[in-house]
Write a protein that binds this ligand. Structure first.
Ligand code: NAP
Ligand code: MG
Length: 506
């Protein structure tokens, strides 16, 4: 706690240095503001990035990107129509045919290294822009999103001159032009997951960012220009769902990579059926965090909190269901309540904020509707009595206990800071409940027994199973789902294979 906060609060004993525990909760809210002050260097208007240049959309149409923390307009964003998407694909095809696919891997690697370093140079500026546009706390964009984005480019730069090891004994070639569509929850990181492996292999790209979070993507184009990336290798077409549909149904791309909702993923799957296009889909999730009675409960509680409240729960692999062993259920619930009372909800630009703004009004409405269904269906709700800012889109961290598998909050993706708590008695019941979902993206296991971790990691139908930790990411590690969470992997050698055409070695 900063000394100034102690001065302000008469309830904190001045001499002891450490306040009595029962005083901590109320007094955390009197923290002095600690706003991030770096300049995000935003332009009033962002054009499309096609063939290495910023160009106005053919329709002349723009839409507003707003700051969800205060509902103020940040910038105007170009709305790409079909003709703009055509121009982007034409540029990408030219770049593929004339430069990028012909360039030796070691040369492509230099561009990727340069991109990563340039982003590091401007890390604070990008973190602030990411937080303003998307609503996530500055400590997350600063300490997670931006460094992980750079890490993905570094990692794939390392692969670009070693492609013969991606599939030993086979010849590895790029697919061609790829079309990519990304969501709003990790705008920069999803861009890196898509661009870095595609470029390392020699593919060229047309990418559409999400409507509510296009700014950092279009700012990223400035980095590509600064890195001297040949024109047309990467093209950004901002816009709404129609622009996304134009990107995925265009005849040019050899592959489509999509991250977003299961609903749109199904539309894309249908649209591409019968074509020769390759497809990877990273869709929704309803992950279970499973806590056994032999788990270190305090660490588990930290992991559960991180798993669902990180980034306001706008995380496809969020641990949105807690399955807790009956003998420790009451203890875990009590610890969770205590922990979420001290989470700070509010201005995402404040370095002390734990839970920032919900990304959009539409997403806030969706969370409110599902939470109301939880109450109506009889689950018991707990929310701390924290004050929310008057303007902007905010939602209190929320726990639901007494949840059963038939409740909507146990089955549907809420994509907000809402945890549904269920209990179990045996390992078999835990596995059955965890797998009883249409999704299969991730899961968490908290136990002292290594053998139990190994058993569950094979029995849980999830692409990622974390053990005694949660939400850990690394560019070397493949990520992806089962069932309605999609197919294909991003990251690691497996992620590279999704962008490779394999042939016979000469
Ligand atoms: P969404 O509505 O599916 O949107 C994702 C992207 O698709 C956006 O760029 C969107 O554009 C675009 N889009 C909308 N309609 C389209 C269409 N008919 N054809 C092609 N593109 C279209 O999902 P969201 O609400 O933004 O994102 C949240 C979802 O993403 C959650 O379900 C979450 O679980 C999932 N997600 C999954 C992963 C993963 O790795 N598995 C990672 C992050 C998020 P607009 O923004 O303009 O509508
Ligand atoms: Mg925005």
């Amino acid at each position: 706690m900063p000394p100034s906060a102690a001065k302000k609060s008469p309830r904190v004993p001045a001499r002891s240095g450490r306040p009595a525990p029962e005083l901590i909760f109320g007094d955390l809210w009197t923290f002095d503001p600690a706003p991030e002050t770096a300049d995000p260097k935003l332009k009033p208007r962002y054009d499309l990035f096609i063939d290495g240049r910023f160009v106005a959309p053919k329709s002349g149409r723009y839409f507003d990107s707003i700051n969800p923390a205060n509902e103020q307009k940040l910038a105007e964003i170009a709305l790409a129509g079909r003709e703009d998407v055509d121009a982007a694909y034409a540029a990408a095809q030219r770049a593929f045919d004339t430069t990028w696919s012909r360039m030796p891997g070691r040369e492509r690697a230099k561009y990727l290294f340069r991109i990563a370093r340039l982003l590091q140079d401007r890390a604070r500026e990008f973190a602030v822009a990411e937080t303003l546009d998307g609503g996530k706390p500055i400590k997350e964009s600063r300490d997670f999103d931006v460094p992980m984005t750079a890490a993905h480019f570094f990692y794939h730069a390392g692969w670009a001159d070693k492609l013969e090891y991606v599939a030993p004994g086979r010849r590895v070639a790029p697919l061609g032009v790829v079309g990519q569509v990304i969501p709003w929850n990790f705008p920069l990181l999803m861009l890196a997951w898509k661009l870095a492996p595609a470029l390392a292999l020699g593919n060229t790209v047309v990418l559409k960012p999400a409507e509510t979070t296009s700014i950092t993507c279009l700012k990223f184009a400035e980095i590509l220009q600064e890195a001297g990336l040949p024109p047309g290798v990467v093209n950004f077409v901002s816009g709404a769902g129609d622009t996304g549909a134009a990107v995925v149904t265009h005849p040019t791309p050899a592959k489509i990579a999509f991250t977003g909702s299961t609903e749109v993923g199904k539309l894309i799957l249908r649209a591409l059926a019968g074509t020769e296009k390759k497809l990877t889909l990273e869709l929704g999730g309803k992950a279970a965090n499973i806590v056994f009675d032999d788990a270190p409960l305090d660490q588990a509680v930290e992991g559960i909190v991180n798993g669902i409240f990180f980034n306001q729960g706008h995380v496809c692999c969020a641990g949105s269901r807690l399955l807790v062993h009956e003998p420790v259920a009451d203890a875990v619930l009590a610890k969770l309540k205590q922990r979420i009372r001290v989470l700070r909800v509010g201005d995402p630009m404040d370095k002390n904020t734990d839970i920032g703004a919900i990304n959009s009004q539409a997403q806030l409405r969706k969370i409110e509707e599902l939470v109301a269904s939880g109450e109506k269906e009889g689950a018991e709700m707990f929310q701390p009595a924290c004050r929310l800012p008057a303007k902007g889109y905010y939602f209190r961290p929320t726990l639901f206990s007494g949840v059963t598998m038939s409740h909507r909050i146990a089955r549907e993706e809420i994509f907000g800071p809402v945890l549904s708590i269920l209990t179990f008695r045996t390992v078999e019941e835990a596995v059955e409940k965890a797998n009883n979902t249409a999704f299969g993206l991730s899961a968490g296991v908290w136990t002292d027994k290594g053998s139990r971790i190994l058993k569950l990691s094979t029995e849980l139908k999830a692409g990622v199973v974390w053990a005694n930790t949660y939400n850990k990411f690394d560019p070397t590690s493949p990520f992806g789902g089962y069932k309605e969470s999609g197919f294909g992997r991003e990251g690691g050698r497996q992620g590279l294979l999704e962008y490779a055409r394999l042939g016979r070695a000469d």
